[in-house]
Design a protein around this ligand. Structure first.
Ligand code: IFM
Length: 731
């Protein structure tokens, strides 16, 4: 590979079955509408096949929570060479190379395969989920006999038997085929989800450069399009499969919509579809790429991370959001967490503001669910769910699935990990300040910021004995400690949030008095409530050891049992797995950036560099990085504290979580927050991008061997280029 190719490509050769699930995840394709896991066209034993569409949830009977529906699989291509079925677990694989080109979002694979009779063929696969036509999947296979003439049978099918690990989502699912004059035959799977009642059509057509394609419905729920051809040695046969996935979330008749997409795709043909797709990707990269000179590995990791946020970001739909595992696998059932707003959103706010707005609108449209959750818990305002789907209601499961001994663990995050309401407000304010999108803010954003403030105003508890406000029964970012009192992170963020809310009111009243009056009346924010917020701000309790100048992560944290992480080394398993869920709660080991997360978000507001450094010195040695959200945040803060070596190591660690499967769990899907977090570590950490009163500034701390780092951002509607050159100070 050339240096350019190395910086843009993720590849594997030879085939390693042990890495099957890892590579399925990292080779996921997507276009902000659907995610198509990188499984093989011909299948492989044990493969985790997954085709997910944003917003298409269903809550199956007997399951704890809703899940993203695993669609009928549109990928299958069965190839027979002289009657023998091709597969990487069959015959002899003489050559294999697979490449995801991040620049064009095209996955390709070349295989040299010999069947048991000695016939050798070269097979080339290519596929993409079109960025120009979101519902469209494009596949091409070319086959060339190398050892002599042979017969090839190609069958392109839709697998309607696909489930979510054995759980079916369909109330009804039927398959059919259509062979009409003037078009190549088509096959269909039409389904209606059992609980959520979404209608779905998956449709495919197959174009062959040789032979006549016919449809068959011989296999129940697996219709196929087949063609058998006799090829001379070196004669190439090309098969193009186009598939469309349409749902009633977008069209009244998904079947008609899918048919029209296939007709249009067949008329344009593979090459034109590819050109249109690549043109859209070129624009994506023009806006969102970070270029690093002097570090190929970091460059590739950043592009890989950026790619995975971009393929997951909804482009034309403001009623859906990105789940923690994007659309790349079954993890967390497609549920949306704070990962989106605090980790994945910034890259979009700064480089693709229209897409960031879509994601924030998802929260706006789901305010009803947040208000419902607050009311149910006895509060006012809006308390966003810890895990969210298409309804906006809380969808965190209350229990884990039973283990081998039938034991279940209570999951508390849906009840008490409440900081998400402030995290969302933080993201709205960040978006507004950087984009200057007053129209969004006045109409939608302010309502999110203010109604979540209303919630906190009723949630904060006044303790007369100490004359202070407290927040009890919380889970901070460090989920190893549940239902604790006075999380420094949460209390500090809430204090900050209420202060911002008061500023927002003042701004609205000055600039948009009519809108202000309407909003404040609707949300019941009168002067008494505002005075109450001022009291909370003045008297919010923030636990700290004043003598040592260190924040105490929550009440009683300093008295917990110390644990030496060095003792438990080398270690891939998380500490709560090693020590046990309950015992870990009594230790001073933390799951992820917590006080450090606060320092990332609020920077100087948390203290001087020296004060923050003291906190870093205390918390860094006890962090387990048991969550993929942790290393990138640490890298960001380390860079700001001038800890250059740590910053770079943590940055590369964050970059390896998915690319190298550093935590051994990528089979479940991409860690979307680790991807977005890598961009944050580069931009907020290494470049030091920050806002001053009316402009932005950088304060670079580039890793010593980086010659330069360049990127574009949108600031107040205008695209700006930032180029940082090693050794050159810039302010
Ligand atoms: O949101 C995170 C949380 O911070 C740590 N556990 C996993 C969640 C989803 O990524």
């Amino acid at each position: 590979m050339t240096p350019k190719e190395r910086a843009w490509r993720v590849a594997d050769a030879p085939f390693q079955p042990g890495k099957l699930h890892h590579t399925e995840t990292i080779y996921t394709l997507g276009n902000g509408y659907m995610g198509l896991r990188g499984t093989f066209e011909e299948g492989y034993p044990g493969a985790i096949v997954s085709t997910l569409v944003h917003g298409l949830y269903n809550h199956p009977a007997g399951e704890l929570v809703p899940d993203l529906v695993n669609m009928p699989n549109p990928l299958p291509l069965t190839i027979e060479v002289d009657g023998e079925r091709f597969g990487l677990d069959k015959g002899q694989v003489l050559g294999y190379a697979r490449t995801l080109d991040l620049e064009t979002a095209i996955l390709s694979r070349g295989v040299l395969w010999r069947n048991s009779r000695g016939t050798i063929v070269a097979i080339e696969f290519e596929r993409f989920t079109s960025l120009a036509v979101e519902e469209l999947i494009v596949q091409r296979v070319s086959i060339r006999p190398l050892s002599g003439p042979c017969s090839i049978t190609m069958a392109a099918s839709i697998d309607g038997t696909q489930t979510n690990f054995g759980v079916t989502q369909w109330g009804s699912l039927t398959t059919s085929s259509e062979s009409g004059a003037g078009h190549s035959p088509r096959i269909f799977a039409d389904g209606l989800t059992a609980q959520s009642q979404y209608a779905v059509t998956v449709a495919s057509t197959l174009l062959s450069s040789v032979g006549l394609v016919t449809a068959s419905e011989e296999n129940p729920l697996q219709p196929d399009l087949g063609v058998t051809v006799a090829l001379e040695r070196d004669q190439q046969a090309i098969f193009d499969k186009f598939s469309a996935i349409c749902t009633s979330r977008r069209s009244d008749s998904p079947r008609i919509a899918a048919t029209q997409i296939l007709e249009a795709a067949s008329a344009r043909g593979f090459d034109m579809l590819r050109v249109a797709h690549c043109a859209e990707w070129a624009q994506y990269w023009h806006d969102s790429d970070i270029q690093i000179e002097g570090d190929e590995a970091a460059q590739r990791a950043l592009r890989f991370a950026t790619y995975h946020v971009l393929i997951a970001a909804p482009r034309h739909d403001e009623h859906v959001s990105i789940g923690a595992k994007t659309l790349s696998g079954p993890g967390y059932k497609g549920h949306v967490f704070w990962d989106t707003e605090l980790f994945m959103l910034p890259i979009l706010t700064f480089t693709q503001p229209k897409l960031a707005r879509n994601l924030l609108m998802y929260r706006y449209h789901n305010l009803a669910g947040a208000r419902h959750k607050a009311r149910e818990a006895g509060f006012e305002g809006a308390m966003f769910p810890w895990e969210s789907t298409d309804t906006g209601e809380e969808t965190t499961p209350r229990w884990t699935n039973p283990d081998a001994e039938g034991k279940r663990i209570r999951i508390w995050t849906g009840d008490t990990e409440q900081h998400i309401s402030t995290d969302i407000a933080y993201a709205v304010l960040q978006f507004w300040r950087w984009t200057g999108d007053d129209e969004f803010f006045v109409k939608y954003g302010a309502e999110i910021v203010l109604d979540t403030a209303v919630f906190w105003g009723t949630r904060a508890e006044y303790q007369a004995a100490t004359d202070r406000f407290e927040l009890r029964m919380q889970i901070g970012p460090d989920e190893y400690h549940e239902n604790i009192d006075n999380s420094v992170f949460t209390n500090s963020m809430v204090r900050w949030h209420l202060g911002q809310a008061l500023d927002v009111i003042a701004w609205l009243e000055a600039k948009h008095p009519a809108a202000a009056a309407d909003l404040l009346t609707r949300l019941g924010i009168d002067s008494t409530r505002q005075d109450h917020w001022r009291r909370i701000i003045a008297k919010m309790y923030i636990p700290r050891d004043a003598e040592k100048g260190i924040l105490e992560q929550f009440d009683g944290f300093f008295n917990l049992d110390p644990v030496s992480l060095a003792y438990w080394t080398p270690r891939v398993a998380n500490m709560d797995y090693i020590l046990g869920h309950e015992p870990t709660q009594h230790t001073k080991v933390i799951k992820q950036a917590d006080v450090v997360m606060l320092m990332a978000l609020l920077g100087d507001d948390v203290g001087t560099v020296e004060e923050r450094r003291r906190n870093w010195d205390y918390y860094y040695p006890i962090v387990d990085h048991g969550s993929s959200l942790s290393p990138s945040t640490h890298a960001w803060v380390a860079a700001r504290l001038g800890l250059d070596a740590e910053a770079y190591d943590l940055f590369m660690y964050a970059g390896s979580i998915d690319l190298e499967d550093a935590k051994g769990n990528v089979r479940d899907g991409i860690h979307g927050a680790a991807s977005g977090g890598l961009w944050e570590a580069a931009v907020f950490g290494f470049s030091g991008l920050h806002l001053t009163n009316s402009e932005f500034k950088v304060d670079p701390r580039l890793p010593a061997h980086w010659r330069s780092m360049s990127f574009r951002i949108y600031f107040q509607g205008e695209q700006r280029m930032i180029k940082l050159i090693a050794g050159q100070p810039s302010g």
